[in-house]
Write a protein that binds this ligand. Structure first.
Ligand SMILES: Cc1ncc(COP(=O)(O)O)c(C=O)c1O
Length: 495
């Protein structure tokens, strides 16, 4: 079959699951099952008004004939198959508890009790949470770190190879690409390194669900040899918040049945149909119109970038960084500003943007601001954003001053016991100053940038305590800390 004929035969312009719930929800079926709002009539009038009866009618439970059971392949199965086809996966699973669920399932499938895996140290918290659930033990590979700006990038293949060589019993390697800042790692080389070491490469591509759908974007990890890839589809690819897709690569390094089992136990028995339908629709849009929509955004961006670049004291982190260790490609759908030269922190400027313009950005650190750009953005919207930034910076700038980043701890903490043992162990709450040297039961990330500084099982150091305190004092937040003020922390009781 020629490529043209294949194109004509494609089912990508269909959305079978979305169509099936529309067919069921709107035909007026007798609804003597859950949900109790019965498609609207039993719902609070305020909710009906807010989200509309259409959304309530499409809130369809699992096990409905013609939707996910009764015909084979069911519309639900066809929808997941179309996702696999669009992404180039062997199999894809729709997730309704975000990429978080995907990391939990991957850990349960690949890092069972007492086994070792290699994991990127600045992985999302859900990776170590997954190891708490599974009982797996991490050996960490550290990402490249830009100490000038306080930003972490990807891992290098060399760093991955070194940790794998030191961890001969590792079963899999978990890495993140792209980062929050849109920097993608060299996945092809990382896959080669992992496969040479006899392990599967798992890529958390949560921030790159759109990769592979336009030639000017970094390639999808699935096309670079990764054995499983997680896409947080709601982040940039248009599905509803909390929906994501987990893809199995085209190798047999990850046991499909084991992964399917792990997904089942991390999933509600009542997955939300609106989330599932949004994944089916987002896949259709990406597969059918993604390239054009991305083309529109890529065409609209340069003028806004130029305007941002012209603001005194503001720099852009972009494709100029490609080629540095840990950065093999850059996602232009992230506008990342280096604001050190303004004498203001990214957090202060973020607040200024919100207060003056009701503009809300994805991430601000001491030295950076991250703007998420979507598909089909217009030049007008992006230029307005650049104008808002320009005005706020002009007004708030502190001439002659330079913002210093809060530096992440240099010395990596020692993992004294597996995360599961610490998380589930006999904990006591002690003042932070008394906890230095003790084993943390908590995973605490300074937000921004959301990377855990201390994990369950690691010994707290004075430097980590200092870093978390500085993050709080500079207007940041702590994720995962049982004491939001970080005066105390849970540590393992010493026997
Ligand atoms: C790299 C990475 N992986 C996983 C997640 C979790 O994604 P979700 O919010 O879809 O559960 C995030 C969230 O920010 C993330 O940054």
């Amino acid at each position: 079959m020629s490529a043209d004929e294949e194109q004509l035969d494609s089912e990508q312009p269909t959305a079978p699951y979305l169509d099936a719930i529309v067919g069921f929800g709107f035909r007026g079926p007798g609804r003597f099952n859950v949900p109790g709002h019965k498609g609207g009539q039993g719902a609070d009038p305020g909710l009906r008004q807010a989200i509309g009866d259409d959304a309530l009618m499409l809130d369809v439970p699992a096990d409905i004939h013609g939707v996910d059971i009764g015909v084979y392949p069911s519309p639900y199965q066809r929808a997941e198959r179309l996702a696999a086809e669009a992404y180039g996966a062997r199999r894809s699973w729709f997730l309704t508890n975000g990429a978080t669920q995907g990391n939990h399932a991957l850990c349960l499938a690949l890092a069972p009790l007492g086994t070792r895996v290699v994991a990127q140290r600045n992985s999302h918290a859900s990776v170590v949470d997954g190891l708490v659930l599974s009982g797996g033990i991490p050996s960490f590979v550290h990402p490249e770190y830009d100490a000038e700006r306080g930003t972490a990038h990807g891992v290098t293949p060399e760093a991955l190879a070194a940790v794998l060589a030191a961890t001969p019993d590792a079963r899999a390697a978990f890495i993140v690409s792209p980062t929050y800042y849109g920097m993608a790692a060299d996945i092809e080389a990382c896959a080669r390194v992992a496969h040479d070491a006899g392990v599967a490469l798992i890529v958390d591509q949560s921030w790159g669900a759109h990769f592979g759908f336009h030639p000017d974007l970094p390639p999808s990890a699935l096309h670079c040899g990764a054995d499983a890839v997680l896409t947080s589809t709601h982040k940039l690819a248009g599905s509803l918040t909390q929906s994501a897709i987990l893809h199995l690569g085209n190798s047999d390094r990850v046991d499909e049945a084991r992964l399917a089992r792990a997904i089942r136990i991390t999933r509600s028995t009542s997955p939300n149909s609106l989330l599932l339908a949004s994944l089916d629709a987002a896949r259709r849009q990406l597969a059918v119109h993604g390239e054009q929509l991305l083309h529109e955004t890529l065409g609209a961006l340069p003028v806004a970038r130029e305007k941002l670049r012209s603001i005194e004291g503001v720099g852009l982190l972009d494709d100029a960084l490609v080629g540095q260790p840990g950065i093999a490609a850059y996602d232009p759908l992230r506008v990342v500003l280096d604001v050190r030269g303004t004498g203001r922190t990214g957090l202060e400027l973020r607040d200024g943007l919100r207060q003056s313009y009701d503009d809300h950005i994805e991430l601000a650190t001491q030295s950076t601001m991250v703007f998420i750009i979507g598909m089909g953005e217009t030049e007008a919207t992006l230029l307005r954003m650049a104008g808002d930034v320009e005005e706020v910076v002009e007004r708030m700038r502190r001439p002659g001053e330079r913002t210093l980043p809060i530096l992440a701890p240099v010395e990596p903490p020692v993992m004294a016991v597996p995360p599961r043992e610490a998380f589930l162990g006999d904990a006591e709450q002690v003042p932070v100053e008394d906890a230095v040297g003790r084993i943390s039961c908590e995973s605490i990330a300074g937000y921004p940038p959301g990377i855990p500084a201390i994990l369950p099982g690691e010994r707290l150091t004075a430097e980590i305590a200092r870093y978390l305190r500085e993050t709080l004092d500079s207007g940041g937040r702590l994720h995962g800390s049982s004491d939001p003020d970080f005066r105390s922390i849970h540590v393992l009781r010493e026997s």
